[in-house]
Design a protein around this ligand. Sequence first.
Ligand SMILES: [Zn+2]
Length: 215
Amino acid sequence: MIADHTGGSSRAGSLPLVASELAFDFTNTASGRGGPNELEHLREGRDVVIWARHAKAISDSDRDAALAALAADAGLATRLLAEALDLRDTIYRIGLSLSRRQQPDEQDRSQLAAIHAHCLACAKLSPFGDGFVWRWDAGQTLSEAIRGPIALSALTVLTQQNLARIKQCEGDHCGWLFFDTTKNRLRRWCEMSVCGNRAKVRAFRQRHFEAKATG
Ligand SMILES: [Zn+2]
């Protein structure tokens, strides 16, 4: 995802949601970690709220009320950002380890479980369709209303899904994680139209160069 990562304002409200799991879409609010093209889209508390609405974790009215609350309380905004980044980077480290077929750090697993338990304590089990869902009151517990569904998504993957489907995009300076839901499990890119095409162009140039060198 570097083609349109040109810096400037945060794209928290328009980032592609291509990870097939809310938890990994959340980790993809940063890219190119540790490299020259590192890009962070969660730079202040309001970015977290804007992304949460974009990812449909909260409603329009929740977003509007939250943005007003953050504007009036700088401490709330700082805390929300810190808590969101802590969860995001915990999930990222776990996902990265699993994508490399390594055991995630015990401390990260404990931290994810602790955040989940904390958020769940603020949730209500509410009727939805023929079943029930966890619901949070964003007006009362904004940080938990945003982190709750994300932590739940991460834990659902860890406890119920095929971990071999957790992958990291092979694109240079990308680093996005995704859950491969394709039938043949051969997905390699966050987005074929971005990192996939970039790699194709690179491979074409390489072949062209080699053909010239040997021709
Ligand atoms: Zn990518």
